[in-house]
Design a protein around this ligand. Sequence first.
Ligand SMILES: CC/C=C\CCC/C=C/C(=O)SCCNC(=O)CCNC(=O)[C@H](O)C(C)(C)COP(=O)(O)OP(=O)(O)OC[C@H]1O[C@@H](n2cnc3c(N)ncnc32)[C@H](O)[C@@H]1OP(=O)(O)O
Length: 329
Amino acid sequence: MDAYKSSVDFAEATAFLSHACYEQDKMALRATLKNKSILSGLLSRLSSCSSHGRVCVSPVLVAQRRNNSTSPKLKVDFNQSTGVAVMHMQNPPVNSLSLGFLTEFCIAVEKLEMDKSCRGLILTSSQPKVFSAGLDIMDMYGKKLEQYEEFWRAVQEMWLKLYSSNMVTIAAINGSSPAGGCLMSLSCDYRIMADNPRYSIGFNETQFGIVVPVWCKEAMTTIVGHRNTELTLELGLLYNPSDALKIGLVDQLVPEDQVLATATKTMTKWLAIPDHARRITKSMMRKPTIDKIMSIREADMQQYISFISKDSTQKMLGTYLEMLKKKRG
Ligand SMILES: CC/C=C\CCC/C=C/C(=O)SCCNC(=O)CCNC(=O)[C@H](O)C(C)(C)COP(=O)(O)OP(=O)(O)OC[C@H]1O[C@@H](n2cnc3c(N)ncnc32)[C@H](O)[C@@H]1OP(=O)(O)O
């Protein structure tokens, strides 16, 4: 129950935040989130429900839809005639999933989710050569415990929002997508990747001494099976696009300049299926994983905080950051 409530806390906050698109408002609301007494007041006004595995919030707190909204880290183009939104990630240089980015991302997905006319979401990158570099290591390095907690809650929420979305979700992977970037695309219904051997996708975490959360392992197993998950996660493997296709980590490869067009065409095919039947089926496939994750959400949080704040973990992250920076110098 606590785990469920926590999810609603963040969902409520993100829905509320969609009224307040600017930095000051976001900071104020984040502060509010930390204040349990205010939060419980807000919660009592919130009627929460769980439908087909998707956690949703009371429409009372949901903002009016605004089309083609532009925020600093995301650009959302919503075409009302097709019912498809294209979300361009634009968090330079490498679309790392920072707390700020994840907050905006959750708000944007929540807004689209609540808009009945939006049936499909294509996720892509505005950055050259990179879909997403994964979690922002700066948010996992040298921070206070409460900052680790806030960050991890946003990571969990990003995954839950995408994985449990009622919309058809397609990842148009137009660049490298390691670690958290791979997780983000794995949460979608379909993955189309640019056929460029310079790009890579997978989970490299163990290579620099960290471990993916159990829910990431679960989600990956449902897609590429136990053996491929075992090999990828233990060895920290990143695949080139053709190897990723072979193990089923992506569904289709296309020339780089056709990624978005193919995603749009594929979306039309998916949207030809009656929504209710597709949604119920999606829920049938994903709800067991979502339920499992919800039931361990707080334990997962504690495990993350204790792991990430260890001196040995911090030392390895520091070394990895140095290595990333030296690569350029
Ligand atoms: C119990 C559970 C515990 C823990 C679970 C945690 C699970 C963690 C998941 C993660 O996602 S951790 C992040 C893993 N990501 C990576 O390892 C990717 C690292 N980045 C790259 O490999 C490359 O940057 C690239 C994405 C392939 C792009 O290469 P490119 O040559 O185009 O860029 P460059 O490497 O020069 O980077 C530019 C700039 O960006 C900084 N950077 C890169 N990635 C990250 C990141 N993930 N977080 C923060 N910063 C990142 C890099 O240092 C450069 O910075 P600089 O300009 O200051 O030098």
